[in-house]
Design a protein around this ligand. Structure first.
Ligand code: ATP
Ligand code: MG
Length: 238
């Protein structure tokens, strides 16, 4: 299964009067394929997160399309896109995006529980059919693989940076997504944490996921099938 961006672009307004268009991403086409890890590098501010968010259904492009199985993501109604994202996409956002008062396990399962418990909604019907690919066994296994099983009932605010990051990877993989988007998943981490995280993402691809990693980490490139570089909003194959 492929996710295809076709001539996507994004601009923001800049300048004193806010009248200058600044292109964060210039017309870009790319395809994410099942089984492949793609690594996107580039200088700070070059448009990597903006591009990844457009691929992940989180940011509407100002031009172009993002197509999954013939469906244009941004032509879908909001609730259908949310449902698709919950079922198919796993996101590891840049920065620590955790609920500090909740435990590790609660952080990992929260979104899935919300979807299940919205009684009568299309979300809960789908979760009941097992469409989300989520189960407590799967979560336990992910905790083990990320080597944080012993922290399952610890509040997220007590975790170290590396532990928190590993929790975010487990959360992204909990719904058994077809596409995983990881924005700087190893920044500021030691070699051991970096290795655990990159090999987990590699394994997800080997099991059929399409993985997109934004990274400054040279090590990430060793796990890549495909490498791109972003330069002032322009994507280059390397
Ligand atoms: N919501 C926004 N409004 C205005 N400008 C934005 C917005 N989001 C991003 N930008 C600008 O677009 C450019 C690209 O931002 P983006 O976050 O994609 O960069 P990046 O390559 O991910 O950088 P980093 O490596 O620092 O994370 C930056 O110059 C940023 O200031
Ligand atoms: Mg970024």
């Amino acid at each position: 299964m492929n996710l295809e961006a076709s001539a996507v672009e994004k601009w923001f307004l800049r300048g004193k009067s806010g009248s200058n268009r600044f292109f964060a991403v210039r017309k870009t086409s790319l395809t994410l394929e099942s089984g492949k890890v793609c690594v996107l590098t580039g200088r700070s501010g070059s448009g990597k997160t903006t591009l990844m968010n457009m691929m992940a259904g989180l940011l509407t492009p100002d031009g172009g399309k993002v197509i999954l199985d013939g469906q244009d993501l941004y032509a879908m109604p909001d609730d259908a896109l949310s449902r698709l994202r919950n079922r198919m996409f796993g996101m590891i956002p840049q920065g620590a995006d955790v609920l500090p008062e909740l435990t590790v396990m609660e952080n990992i399962t929260l979104v899935q529980h919300i979807y299940r418990n919205r009684a009568g909604s299309a979300f809960s019907a789908e979760a009941e059919e097992g469409g989300a690919g989520f189960s407590s066994e799967r979560c336990e296994k992910l905790l083990e693989q990320m080597e944080i099983s012993h922290l399952r009932d610890v509040q997220a605010k007590e975790l170290s940076g590396g532990e928190r990051r590993r929790m975010c990877i487990a959360r992204a993989l909990a719904g058994n997504p077809k596409f995983v988007f990881a924005d700087e998943p190893t920044s500021d981490l030691d070699d051991e944490n970096t290795r655990i995280i990159l090999s987990m993402l590699r394994q997800a691809a080997d099991k059929g996921c399409a993985v997109m990693i934004v990274s400054h980490d040279a090590e990430a490139e060793a796990y890549a099938d495909r490498k791109w570089r972003m330069d002032a909003g322009q994507l280059q194959d390397i």
